[in-house]
Ligand binder design. Structure first.
Ligand code: FEO
Length: 392
């Protein structure tokens, strides 16, 4: 039994085996966090994925008869939090589903059931006995229906996906596992799920800055309860929402016969010699969900690919498509690569960079077949340009 505070319990499910979350590589698994508040009207905050329903119901039964649940707060329609509601309602058929207007619309579209809905707006308060729940709609963090639930009496923010991490563990708190691990997972989570919605995140941060918050209970991963840890994750969200990054260079490439690799490694060595923080990622070994995490942390992104049938390699095309959706802002880009007989496909790479929001620092550098020493030296002017752009 995981007690969060007096009469408040974690009753979620742990997904040790999750390795892919709609394309996001999740080597550490995940949790779907559900919280039970015992009061005159027992209330569940969020449910879990459908296949975690019995784990959640078993945890609830250790505390109360599920039939006593009066309210199920659905902060977010996505199936990792709503999938188990249908099964849970078999145990508490009179429970009302508390959700945003878009939540009601989404849940009806997902489940085609005539559940009892209680639709709430920002600022609405739900009296559950000694406690009162207050709701804050947070549209597009990260779906139109998303909202957060605040429990003022206990200074808890149930933030749903915001501040979450895909991390499976028996520990429930950030401070039990380590802040570095939690921040690393929260960084990857933000880059892959929340990145397009900086403006909306800033609005949420503006609302919660006036709340007394001692505990942030997200719907995935570890709970934030130490004041310094809460400060750190809120400050990180502020930085990411403003699309700020560090003076770092990320070189991402794929290669056919090692020519583009030679260019990537030449750039790496030259930048490293200049004392610039630079990281090399090969798309044959790095997952695009890790690449976009480093893109979020870096101000300068260098992208290299050879040509295959007049197009960039499929691995680079996959990254570019992913980036177009995530739209990193305030970042510079540079393109390079090797070709055999036509450079036409590099135009596609350049326009993809621009569509993804990168500001190209110059024309790309494209070398026919295998670069010789002199051709590699032509990349030195790019290194100088990067130094100037980063002001290092
Ligand atoms: Fe964790 Fe957007 O669902």
């Amino acid at each position: 039994m995981h007690k969060i505070k007096e009469n408040i319990f974690w009753v979620g499910s742990i997904d040790w085996d999750l390795r892919n979350f709609h394309g996001y590589d999740t080597p550490s698994g995940s949790t779907y966090n559900s919280y039970l508040i015992l009061d005159e009207k027992p209330t569940l905050i969020d449910a879990v994925k459908s296949y975690g329903s019995q784990e959640m119901i078993t945890r609830i039964k250790e505390i109360i008869d599920p039939a006593k649940i009066q309210y199920i707060v659905s902060n977010h329609t996505e199936m990792d939090h709503s999938g188990a509601i249908d099964e849970l309602l078999k145990y508490c058929p009179n429970a009302q589903i508390v959700c945003s207007p878009k939540g009601e619309e989404g849940l009806k579209r997902h489940f085609k059931k005539n559940w009892k809905f209680k639709v709430v707006q920002t600022g609405d308060v739900l009296d559950i006995g000694k406690r009162k729940l207050k709701f804050f709609l947070m549209p597009m963090v990260h779906w139109p229906d998303s909202m957060a639930t605040y429990l003022e009496s206990d200074a808890i923010l149930f933030s749903n996906d915001a501040f979450g991490q895909h991390y499976a563990s028996s520990e429930r708190y950030v401070d039990e596992v380590g802040l570095d691990i939690a921040i690393a997972e929260a960084t990857k989570y933000y880059a892959n799920i929340v990145l397009p919605f900086g403006a909306q995140v800033l609005k949420v941060l503006d609302v919660i800055k006036d709340l007394k918050i001692e505990t942030i209970c997200p719907s995935h991963g570890l709970i934030w309860r130490k004041p310094d840890d809460i400060k750190k994750i809120v400050a990180s969200y502020q930085k990411w929402a403003l699309y700020q990054s560090d003076k770092k260079v990320l070189i991402v490439y794929d290669t056919m016969w090692h020519s583009t690799e030679m260019m990537a490694k030449y750039l790496f060595t030259a930048l490293d010699k200049e004392g610039i923080s630079v990281k090399l990622m090969n798309l044959q070994t790095a997952h695009i969900s890790d690449v976009v995490t480093d893109i979020m942390l870096s101000q300068m992104i260098l992208l290299g690919t050879p040509m295959l049938n007049n197009h960039m390699l499929p691995s680079m095309a996959s990254l570019m498509m992913y980036m177009k959706g995530l739209k990193p802002k305030n970042r510079y880009g540079f393109t390079f690569g090797s070709y055999g007989w036509s450079t036409v496909g590099f135009k596609e790479l350049e326009s993809s960079c621009q569509e993804a929001g990168l500001e190209l620092i110059s024309d790309g550098n494209y070398i026919k077949f295998i670069p010789d020493a002199e051709e590699l030296k032509s990349l030195d002017k790019t290194v100088s340009l990067i130094k100037n752009k980063l002001n290092v």
